[in-house]
Ligand binder design. Structure first.
Ligand SMILES: [Zn+2]
Length: 289
């Protein structure tokens, strides 16, 4: 019998960030990426910073639905603050995310239910604040990452889907908030040993991605937890509307390799959004109170 594993493609939409400021590319890339996902019959979660939502709200409203979930992405630097999320107290984070939720909701007409902070930056206040603000799920952690300059420290964080913990971002359980970690391979550290290899499209060429996909499928198949998930990522800063673009071709090849290698491992890949994965998890694992 085949093993079920959810696969969620995620894209962080942040083309209006200071230093990038290319919303034309951002909207084209978002549209192109969505077409790529649709034509492969996959699903995706788009994590969008509020200032991007303002620029191409019609596109996002058109996409929002069963196949595309629109969540909130947050880079403090794009909202007038000068540090990463993990540098702020609970009160400060509550204020920052509340402002972002308001701008997002006023622009798109619905409140975000899933969240990803910028640069994977968090501290122990982040998860409880997100739960308090009404988020149901998030995809914040990079298990194994240890980049103190970004306040992004996830050494020893769980690799599997779990309820977040009210007091410690590396522990699990207790909060009514499902964390779906970004898929990483902590055995393969890069960037001077500070960042684990992940499945971001722009990290490598397709040949290298294939080795990682093969390894991760084999690893996840053996996972003892009943709800299994693989989360890829990219950014809307590449020409996904151009079929000849290197990143578009890499993404297409990754999609093809996922399908081929899943067959080899006898895995049934279930296209999912982060919200779908959180819902499947909640159904299977009751929150202990
Ligand atoms: Zn980002």
């Amino acid at each position: 019998m085949k093993t079920d594993i959810h696969v969620c493609w995620t894209i962080d939409c942040e083309s209006t960030q200071p230093g990038i400021e290319n919303p034309n590319l951002g909207s084209r890339a978002t549209k192109g990426f969505a077409e790529l996902i649709s034509s492969a019959k996959l699903k995706a979660t788009l994590f969008v910073i509020p200032s991007d939502a303002v620029v191409y709200s019609a596109l996002l409203c058109e996409l929002a639905g069963e196949d595309f979930e629109i969540g909130l992405h947050y880079h403090p630097q794009a909202a007038g603050y000068d540090d990463f999320c993990g540098a702020y107290t609970a009160d400060q984070q509550r204020k920052m995310y509340s402002e972002a939720i308001k701008l997002f909701s006023d622009t798109l007409g619905f409140a975000p239910k899933t969240f990803r902070m910028g640069s994977g930056s968090a501290n122990d206040a982040t998860f409880p604040v997100m739960a308090e603000l009404g988020f149901e799920s998030c995809s914040d952690s990079f298990p194994g990452r240890n980049m103190t300059n970004l306040k992004s420290n996830w050494l020893g964080a769980p690799l599997h889907v779990h309820y977040a913990h009210p007091a410690n971002r590396l522990l699990e359980g207790g909060l009514d908030l499902v964390e779906v970690p970004i898929t990483t391979d902590p055995d393969s550290m890069m960037w001077s040993g500070k960042h684990p290899q992940d499945l971001r499209v722009e990290l490598f060429d397709a040949k290298n991605q294939r080795y990682m996909i093969d390894k991760i499928l084999g690893r996840e198949k053996q996972r003892p937890q009943s709800v299994k998930a693989i989360v890829t990522l990219t950014h809307n800063l590449f020409e996904y509307d151009d079929a000849g673009d290197f990143r578009t071709q890499t993404a297409k090849q990754m999609i093809a390799d996922f399908a081929e290698l899943a067959d080899k491992h006898e895995i049934n890949l279930i296209p999912a959004t982060i919200g779908d994965i959180a819902a499947a998890y909640r159904k299977t694992v009751p929150l202990a109170t």
